[in-house]
Design a protein. Structure first.
Length: 435
């Protein structure tokens, strides 16, 4: 047994985790357990990949095939997106969808049906999955696609690992001419302004905004919008054209210890937010940057989760429909601002239409989505219960890959589905939520 937690470091449990080197070793352990869950790199925030008995997929990380003509890649489920990028970028391809970290596994991307800065324009990861191999409760390995075992294919994408263990995935890539991104940065003075900007720029491929959750009054929702487009070779400068498909190798800062609890206090966060907003010197700027800086800025800081202290943190992410979005966001931001609970990192963006082929407990639906980080304490947990009620009142739902504390009642009101899955596959989260 070992102590395990995911990226939020909350909760922490004692678990028996094995990392099989091949499918035969995996199936042997699988058959010896009554209840089990698969776990990748532990970059979800709560307990969706925690259980007494866990199969780690990290050793199952091979690339199986790469059709460069058609941009189709097949890999074992335990490979990290960072490893995939090293292979595909020099060949002129990029991930069709990526979250804010490249340190998740491919299997985790499917199980969580990840979304990125381009959901409004290009949907979730499920839209690009062609097939996968799934170990089901009987010990069989099934090939799942739109034409084979369709219900399993659909329910696994966003199914949080509850339908079986994903062994390998075949998916479509995005063609690119360079590894650079044209980033446009626009300052927004309040909530009305940022929502207007998101609407104006809805045709941008990538769009995401940092939002200050401590601003009040006429500055409520003060934000910085980041827009992005893949850069064509013809738009690169002379130096960049030498190696237009360069894979970035960046030095990383390491946080070797847990920060004391007083460090990320409200005063510190207020000063940080002021600096972050003011460092954008002009109302609007354009520049060409590498893909790593645009998509994965936090990956340059190893163990950045330790900034929140030993008690850990929660990331609270919800989506509410556009129709009531402005009113709902205003109420939620006022609630957070007035609570006295400092939110160090907050990200606002939009989702496009719900993906047709995905699990009924897959998160994205059309609307505004806000993700907010909080240090774990009793005051924050009480605040989140109150925010749950507001989100539900506006017809919203919550991201299970980020959840660590939602109640079963809140989940049932949010998703309004009866997601039936084999009881062989259960996480602490699914048991807590009564899924």
């Amino acid at each position: 047994m070992e102590k395990l937690s995911n990226w939020g470091m909350f909760p922490t449990i004692e678990a028996n985790q094995i990392a099989p080197n091949d499918n035969a070793e995996l199936i042997k352990f699988f058959n010896s357990k009554d209840v089990i869950i698969a776990r990748g790199n532990g970059r979800c925030y709560g307990d969706s990949s925690l259980q007494t008995d866990i199969i780690s997929t990290l050793s199952l990380n091979k690339i199986l095939s790469f059709d460069q003509k058609n941009g189709i890649l097949s890999c074992e489920a335990g490979i990290l997106l960072s490893e995939i990028l090293k292979v595909i970028i020099p060949k002129g391809f990029f991930l069709p969808v990526t979250p804010g970290t490249k340190l998740i596994t491919l299997g985790g991307a499917v199980a969580s049906n990840i979304h990125g800065k381009n959901h409004h324009s290009e949907g979730s990861f499920s839209r690009y999955v062609l097939s996968f191999e799934l170990l089901i409760e009987t010990g069989e390995i099934l090939h799942c696609s739109e034409t084979s075992n369709f219900n399993l294919f659909k329910n696994t994408m966003g199914g949080m690992g509850l339908t079986g263990i994903i062994l390998s995935v075949k998916f479509k890539l995005k063609k690119i001419e360079s590894s650079y991104i044209k980033q446009t940065t626009i300052k927004a003075k309040n909530l009305d302004s940022i929502l207007s900007l998101l609407e104006i720029h809805k045709r941008s491929t990538y769009a995401v905004s940092w939002i200050d959750c401590l601003s009040k009054g006429s500055n409520l929702g003060k934000s910085v919008l980041f827009l992005g487009e893949h850069v064509r070779i013809s738009d690169l400068n002379k130096k960049q054209k030498v190696n237009p498909l360069k894979v970035q190798k960046k030095q990383t800062l390491n946080i070797p210890f847990y920060f004391p609890l007083f460090v990320l206090n409200r005063t510190f966060i207020r000063l940080f937010n002021l600096f972050y907003y003011k460092k954008q010197l002009h109302p609007k700027t354009d520049k060409v940057i590498d893909y790593d800086s645009f998509f994965y800025p936090l990956d340059s800081i190893n163990n950045w989760n330790k900034m929140y202290g030993k008690n850990g943190f929660v990331q609270y992410q919800f989506v509410i429909p556009f129709e009531s979005g402005k009113e709902g966001l205003r109420e939620i931001l006022n609630k957070i601002t007035n609570s006295g609970c400092g939110a160090f990192l907050a990200v606002l963006k939009t989702f496009g239409k719900e993906d047709a082929i995905s699990s009924p407990i897959s998160f994205p639906m059309e609307g505004y989505t806000l993700a907010v980080d909080f240090k774990v304490n009793n005051k924050v947990l009480k605040l989140l219960d109150e925010l749950d009620e507001i989100v539900l009142r506006y017809g919203g739902r919550f991201y299970l890959a980020k959840d660590a504390r939602m109640s079963a009642e809140t989940f049932s009101k949010s998703y309004k589905v009866n997601f039936v899955h084999p009881q062989k596959f259960n996480s602490m989260q699914s048991q807590r939520l009564g899924i």
